[in-house]
Design a binder for this molecule. Structure first.
Ligand code: FDA
Length: 305
């Protein structure tokens, strides 16, 4: 219930202004966001790399209907990739892109053009791009843009949200040689007509999608902090003869750091999703919604503790 309220608030301009106005909000946001400047994220990436964790870096921002803002976001990715080059992340380094931040709401062609520029800059660094998945109205467009990007940049990945009814089928389509799919449970408020509701139904859907990906020929990127999903991944890897380097785990910056380090210590590739930038509101609210205990943490931070 509280989660649903927070997800509704994540799309509200009024609540955004109210929450963003508290100077102390910053302290709570820092738990989930690496900072506002490129230098902040560079330091974080360096620290994670030293802890043997791979990264996917996200320049925060979403849902623009302004062509200039879309261009600015694409430019921010080029600056970011330039700044990360000296760290020589190579194939271990990746950026995550929300197409709605680079023009998808205005025109698919604009988002595709900006995404191509970002993929080209990533390829020049020896790194890759994964497309985040946003609300269900964007899925067809995102998968269409993915197909076009993969013609020139075949390693481009995409997130698939297990809670959508359509996703098992999408996983089947994507479980082919060379494809990289990040499986997530799904973080948006979706109607009963398109998505499973409630934890048990979403978890079952996640396992069905996971099975398809692990049995397939692509590279599954298992993005979850859920111990049960991680154990099931290990069982499925065993069953389908997938070696430790044939799939990876992904987790969000600031969440279950202990588990990230433990899995990396056991030899798994663990990729941390590292967001940075000043447009943190939507991302931060979705993290609060996932776990009501985070609201208490947020309120304590507002109180200065
Ligand atoms: P679940 O929510 O069941 O949590 C399992 C356990 O993890 C909890 O019991 C708790 O211990 C811990 N946990 C989970 N969330 C937490 C939080 N916010 N704070 C503290 N602890 C928490 N979604 C989407 O719609 N599109 C996308 O593109 C992406 N991309 C993405 C990338 C990566 C790398 C990850 C890890 C996740 C995403 N997501 C996403 C978010 C995803 O859909 C989902 O909302 C979260 O991962 C939470 O789901 P879990 O699988 O962790 O399970």
């Amino acid at each position: 219930m509280l989660g649903q309220v927070l997800l509704a608030a994540s799309g509200s301009g009024v609540v955004r202004r109210f929450v963003s106005a508290f100077p102390l909000t910053k302290r709570a946001v820092e738990r989930f966001v690496a900072g506002e400047a490129v230098q902040d994220v560079r330091d974080t990436v360096e620290r994670l790399r030293d802890a043997r964790l791979a990264v996917t870096v996200d320049h925060l921002g979403e849902e623009t209907r302004d062509a200039r803002a879309a261009e600015d976001t694409a430019d921010a990715y080029l600056t970011l990739l330039d700044a990360l080059r000296p760290l020589q992340l190579g194939r271990g380094g990746e950026v995550s892109v929300k197409l709605s931040a680079i023009g998808q709401r205005l025109d698919d062609a604009m988002a595709l053009e900006h995404a191509r520029e970002i993929c080209a800059a990533a390829a020049a660094n020896g790194s890759t791009v994964t497309l985040d998945m946003e609300n269900h109205t964007t899925v067809d467009s995102t998968l269409g843009i993915l197909r076009k990007l993969r013609e020139d940049y075949p390693a481009t990945g995409v997130a698939i949200q297990a809670y959508l009814f359509r996703s098992e089928e999408d996983c089947r389509d994507l479980a082919a040689e060379g494809s990289r799919v990040r499986l997530v449970k799904g973080a948006y408020r979706e109607p009963v007509t398109v998505a499973h509701q409630g934890r048990a139904a979403v978890d079952k859907a996640y396992v069905r999608c996971l099975r398809v990906l692990m049995a397939g020929k692509g590279y599954p990127m298992v993005a979850t902090h859920d111990d049960r999903m991680i154990s099931i991944t290990e069982l499925l890897a065993d069953r389908f003869g997938r070696a430790i380097g044939d799939h990876e785990f992904q987790m969000l910056y600031g969440i279950r750091t202990d588990l990230q380090e433990a899995l990396a210590g056991a030899g798994h590739t663990v990729r941390v999703y590292v967001p940075y930038g000043d447009d943190w509101y939507g991302y931060f609210m979705r993290r609060l919604a996932e776990r009501p205990a985070n609201v208490a943490f947020f309120l304590r931070a507002l109180g200065g503790k």
